[in-house]
Design a protein around this ligand. Structure first.
Ligand code: 3UK
Length: 566
C-alpha cells in the first residue's frame, strides 16, 4: 500500500489500515489530486489515528450511561440507544459469521429511513465494512451500476424493495454473473423467511448482543456516497471514518447548536448525505433523538413534527414552501431549528416561513463530495437571501478561472476546503475538474460580500436540480434514446416556481412516429422513462422539434435549448 495516502497523524501510533479488502485504498485518486485537508480550523478535528465512527456515535453513548435514552422514534414505536446498539451488534455478527464479510468489503443498503436501516448502517461500520446507501427510488439498472462501480457482492435490503436488488445482484452490467453475490432481506412483518430465503432477523436470532468492533484507522474508508453526474453516470465519493465525525463536529455545534434534548426530523433519505447527517449522525453525536419517516413528504413531515414534538427539521426549500399551506391545520410550535439545503432557498420562502412561524430558516450549502454543509448561518448571523458564512472548520473563496480571488461583490466560482473533501472513486477526470490547487470547486457560482457572506448565483454546469434532486440531463437523454420513436433528444432544466427547475426534453421523433398525437406521445415517453429509471428523473415537459442545435463538430448545444424558454 502506498505510503502517500496517509494524512496528518496527530499522535504517534498505529496508522495501519484495518481493511483486508483494500479496494477502497486502491481506488482513491492519486494523492496529488486530493484537495488539501485541514484539521486545524477547530480543536475538535484532532482525531486519534485509530477511530471507528460507528463506535464513537453509538457505543460511546451507551458506555457513558445514556443507553436508556431514546435514539429513534418511528411510527411503530421507539428504540433506545441500547436497542440500536444490540441490534447493530447482532447484525455485525451475521455479516461476519454468516455472510463472510471481510473488513473493507462494501455492503449495499437499500431501504427507506427506518430503524433497521440505521442498525444496518452501524453494523457494517462496526464490522469494518464500507457502507453504500442507495436511494429507495433507484431501479435495477442504477443498482447494477452502483454494484459494478463499488464492486459490491453483498446487499441488505428492506424486503419491500428487494425485487430490483435481487435482479441487480444476479448479473453485472456487462451480463456476466456477479460471483458470490448475496442479498439478505430485512423488515418482513414477522421476520419470517420469504421466497428467496432467510431473513436478516432470522439470522440474527441467536447472535450475541456484544460485538468486538473492528479497530479501523481514522482514514479507513467508511462510506461511498453516489452523486448524479453531469456525464449521466453517478460518481462515487469516498469518505473516511474521521470524515463522518468531522461533519458532526463542524456545522452541528457551531451553527445548528444542537443539544441532547433535541428531537430531529426530516425528509432526505440516508443515501443523500444531507439526510444521513441531519437525521442520523448529528442527533447521535449529541445523544439526542431522531424521528425516522419512511416517506418524508410534506404532509407526513408536518404531521410528524406535530406528533413527535420535533425541535429540529432538515428538508429542502420546496418542502418548506409546500408546508406553508398546511400550517393552519398543524401545530409546529415545538420547532426550534429549520435547516434547508440541496438547492438555493428562495428569499420568498424564507420570508413566508418566518412570517408564519416566527422561525428563521437556516440555509446551508453542502455537497456529496464534501459530505455535508460548509457555508451556513443561524440566528442573528442570518442575512436573508445569502447562504451564510463559512462554517467553522472550513475556508471558502470566490475565484476566477485561474483560481485568483475575485473582488467582493463579483461573481466567481465557489472554492472550499476543510477537514472533508472530494475523492472520487475511479474517476480521475472528474477529480481533476473538482479539485484545483487543493481547493474543491463545487460547480456553483457565488458572490461574496465585504462581511464574508456568500450569495448563491447559479450552477456552473448542466445539472438539473428539481425539488432538491440532482438529475443529469444526459442520463435522461440516454434512456429516451432507447425508445423506438425517438431519433434525437436533448434534456435540460427549465425554471419552475414550485420545483426550482423541471426536467424538459426536446425530442426529434423518427419519421414513422410523427403521425402520433403529440399528447399521446408525451405520455408514452414519460411512462417509458419512469419505468426505466427513478421516476423523479422523468421529463415533466416534452417539446418536439425538427432538429436539435449542434456545434460544427456535432456536439449538442444544451445552452441553446435552455435559452428557448427564458
Ligand atoms: C447545490 C445548494 C444553493 C449546489 C447536500 C447538504 O445538496 C447536497 O449535495 P449534492 O451533491 O448537491 C450539491 C450541490 O447542490 N446546493 C446544495 N445546497 C445548496 N445551492 N444553496 C444551497 N443551500 O449546487 C451544490 O454544489 O446533492 C447538501 C448536505 C449534504 C449534501 N450532500
Amino acid at each position: 500500500m502506498p505510503n502517500d495516502m496517509r494524512t496528518v497523524a496527530w499522535a504517534p501510533g498505529d496508522v495501519r489500515t484495518a481493511h483486508r479488502d483494500t479496494f477502497g485504498r486502491e481506488s482513491l485518486p492519486p494523492r496529488e489530486l486530493w484537495p488539501r485537508l485541514d484539521f486545524t480550523g477547530i480543536p475538535e478535528l484532532r482525531y486519534p489515528n485509530r477511530v471507528n465512527c460507528a463506535v464513537e456515535l453509538l457505543d460511546r453513548v451507551v458506555e457513558r450511561g445514556d443507553g436508556d435514552r431514546t435514539v429513534i422514534h418511528y411510527p411503530g414505536g421507539r428504540w433506545t440507544y441500547r436497542d440500536l446498539l444490540t441490534t447493530a451488534n447482532r447484525i455485525a455478527h451475521v455479516l461476519v459469521d454468516e455472510l463472510g464479510l471481510v473488513p473493507g468489503n462494501r455492503v449495499l443498503l437499500r431501504g427507506p429511513n427506518n430503524p433497521m436501516m440505521a442498525a444496518c448502517w452501524f453494523a457494517v461500520l462496526k464490522a469494518g465494512g464500507v457502507v453504500v446507501c442507495t436511494m429507495p427510488l433507484l431501479r435495477t439498472r442504477e443498482l447494477v451500476f452502483t454494484a459494478d462501480k463499488a464492486r459490491i457482492t453483498l446487499a441488505l435490503t428492506d424486503t419491500r424493495l428487494a425485487t430490483e436488488c435481487e435482479e441487480a445482484f444476479t448479473r453485472r452490467g456487462d451480463g456476466s454473473p456477479r460471483e458470490g453475490a448475496r442479498v439478505v432481506h430485512f423488515g418482513a412483518p414477522d421476520g419470517a423467511p420469504n421466497a428467496v430465503g432467510q431473513s436478516l432477523e432470522q439470522l440474527m436470532r441467536d447472535k450475541p448482543a456484544e460485538f468486538t468492533n473492528v479497530d479501523t484507522a481514522a482514514d479507513d474508508l467508511a462510506l461511498i456516497a453516489f452523486t448524479s453526474g453531469t456525464t449521466g453516470e453517478g460518481k462515487g465519493t469516498m469518505h473516511f471514518h474521521r470524515d463522518v465525525l468531522a461533519i458532526c463536529d463542524c456545522f452541528p455545534p457551531y451553527v445548528l447548536k444542537a443539544t441532547p434534548e433535541d428531537v430531529f426530523i426530516g425528509s432526505p433519505p440516508f443515501a443523500f448525505t444531507f439526510g444521513l447527517g441531519g437525521l442520523l449522525l448529528f442527533p447521535m453525536r449529541v445523544g439526542a433523538a431522531t424521528v425516522l419517516l419512511e416517506q418524508g413528504t410534506p404532509p407526513n413531515l408536518i404531521k410528524g413534527i406535530q406528533d413527535y414534538g420535533a425541535t429540529v427539521v432538515f428538508t429542502a426549500p420546496t418542502a418548506y414552501r409546500a408546508m406553508l399551506g398546511m400550517l393552519a391545520q398543524h401545530d409546529v410550535s415545538s420547532l426550534r431549528r429549520c435547516v434547508s439545503a440541496g438547492e438555493a432557498l428562495p428569499l420568498a420562502t424564507y420570508e413566508a416561513w418566518q412570517q408564519a412561524t416566527g422561525l428563521n430558516i437556516i440555509d446551508g450549502i453542502g455537497a456529496t463530495e464534501m459530505l455535508h454543509i460548509f457555508i451556513s448561518a443561524s440566528d442573528e448571523d442570518i442575512r436573508p437571501g445569502a447562504t451564510g458564512k463559512v462554517v467553522p472548520g472550513y475556508e471558502a473563496r470566490v475565484v476566477d478561472a485561474e483560481m485568483r480571488d475575485v473582488a467582493d461583490g463579483e461573481i466567481g466560482r465557489l472554492a472550499v476546503r476543510g477537514p472533508t473533501g472530494c475523492r472520487y472513486l475511479h474517476n480521475e477526470e472528474r477529480q481533476r475538474a473538482y479539485v484545483s490547487d487543493g481547493w474543491n470547486l463545487t460547480g456553483d457560482s457565488y458572490k461574496r460580500d465585504a462581511d464574508g457572506y456568500f450569495w448563491y448565483q447559479a450552477r456552473t454546469d448542466d445539472m438539473i436540480i428539481s425539488s432538491g434532486y440532482n438529475i443529469s440531463g444526459p442520463e435522461v437523454e440516454s434512456v429516451l434514446l432507447e425508445h423506438p420513436a425517438v431519433l434525437e433528444c436533448g434534456v435540460v432544466g427549465v425554471p419552475d416556481v414550485e420545483r426550482g427547475q423541471i426536467v424538459k426534453a426536446y425530442v426529434v421523433l423518427r419519421p414513422d412516429a410523427r403521425q402520433w398525437a403529440a399528447k399521446d406521445m408525451v405520455k408514452l415517453l414519460q411512462d417509458y422513462v419512469k419505468a426505466q429509471i427513478a421516476p423523479y428523473k422523468y421529463p415533466r415537459a416534452i417539446e418536439f422539434l425538427d432538429a436539435l442545435p449542434r456545434t460544427a463538430t456535432g456536439k449538442l448545444q444544451r445552452y441553446r435549448l435552455r435559452e428557448r424558454v427564458t
